[in-house]
Write a protein that binds this ligand. Structure first.
Ligand code: ZN
Length: 83
């Protein structure tokens, strides 16, 4: 990310960050489920994935799929041209 040159840009950037997911108005969010991957809370209104009756949040769905369906990550040995 580019660091803003002027102070007014910096203020605007901070304002956007504050009104994001980390606002103080958490009372409107109702807990839906706990993520099977990272254990974080998933609230109503959030996007999630359901795999084998497990609820997985957007953030760790990729890693979760690798762990469940492709736990073996290996490298094929080099092909030998010499024989
Ligand atoms: Zn997660």
């Amino acid at each position: 990310m580019r660091v803003p040159n002027s102070s007014s840009d910096a203020v605007a950037t901070m304002e956007i960050a504050r009104t994001g997911n980390y606002g103080n108005d958490m009372s409107e969010e109702k807990l839906f489920h706990e993520c099977a991957g990272c254990g974080d809370d998933i609230y109503y209104g959030d996007e999630y994935y359901e795999i084998d009756d497990k609820i997985v949040c957007e953030d760790c769905i990729g890693e979760y799929l690798y762990d469940v369906y492709a736990p073996e990550h290996r490298k094929v040995a080099e092909y030998d041209n010499e024989y």
